[in-house]
Design a protein around this ligand. Structure first.
Ligand SMILES: [Zn+2]
Length: 263
């Protein structure tokens, strides 16, 4: 195991997740999201049995441990000796700002980001080897509210102010399924990795989740960031600095909806 604080699988805790669909879900895609999450995590390590030696171990952040966004940033600061929040502040000083985006409105910029570096901490990036640059300009169409506040994929972007206007230089996509939310895809432009942009973007997204102001952020208990076994050691260290810890996921059934009175 990469995490040297752990001596064996038996010490990895099991965390209960409820992916739904919930009693309040009315969108037909909610059931598909939930089924997809169960399928996705079928590869995760079970607490017992032979497969625990070959599967992947989810890296989890329990948002219930942090009563506010500031308490989380403080925990990250302590773990990273101030480095992660300091890098995020540097990015903010450079004029980088974060906002939710509609990926359909940033096709050209997203292609430029994916094609900007052939190797990342997670491994080679296929788009950087074989993908061409997307033609045209970003249309910047505004993001829309998801059909269900408990089941969605939402994307945040980080923008650098340039003479030609704000330029998208990093993105972070999240997928929420019930009380489980995971980083779905994230990447920064290779030319801007030294700006601290990913640290700013991650802390801003964590702040949005922990402030729970938007209905889409309410009820999320777990934030997952890939698996412990994925990527280069630097990627694991980055998750450790962000206070993620390895865990087994136990899928719990959501209590059934009360019978409808409507005839
Ligand atoms: Zn739903």
């Amino acid at each position: 195991m990469r995490d040297h604080a752990l001596t064996g699988v038996a010490q990895v805790p099991a965390v209960p997740v409820q992916v739904g669909p919930l009693a309040t879900c009315s969108d037909p895609t909610c059931g598909l999201f939930a089924a997809d999450a169960r399928r996705f995590h079928a590869d995760s390590v079970p607490p017992t049995g032979l497969r625990r030696w070959s599967g992947s171990t989810a890296m989890m952040l329990d948002l219930a441990l942090y009563p506010s966004a500031d308490t989380y940033v403080k925990a990250v600061s302590k773990r990273s000796r101030g480095n992660v929040p300091r890098a995020a502040k540097k990015a903010a000083r450079l004029g980088i700002t974060c906002a939710r985006i509609n990926p359909d409105g940033h096709v050209a910029s997203l292609a430029a980001i994916r094609g900007s570096k052939r190797f990342r901490s997670g491994g080679p990036v296929l788009a950087a080897w074989f993908g061409g640059r997307a033609p045209g300009e970003d249309t910047c169409v505004a993001p829309e509210a998801p059909a269900c506040p408990d089941h969605w994929t939402l994307v945040w972007g980080a923008f650098l102010e340039t003479s030609g206007g704000p330029r998208l230089i990093a993105y972070l996509a999240l997928r929420r399924v019930g009380d489980l939310c995971r980083t779905f895809d994230l990447m920064a432009h290779g030319d801007h990795l030294g700006t601290g942009v990913m640290k700013l973007l991650f802390l801003e997204v964590a702040r949005w989740l922990l402030e729970r102001q938007d209905r889409e952020a309410q009820g999320v208990r777990w934030l997952m960031y890939g698996a412990m076994e994925h990527g280069a050691p630097g990627l694991h260290e980055w998750k450790r600095l962000l206070c993620f810890t390895p865990a087994h996921l136990l899928f719990e059934d959501v209590p059934a909806a009360p019978p409808s009175r409507a005839a």
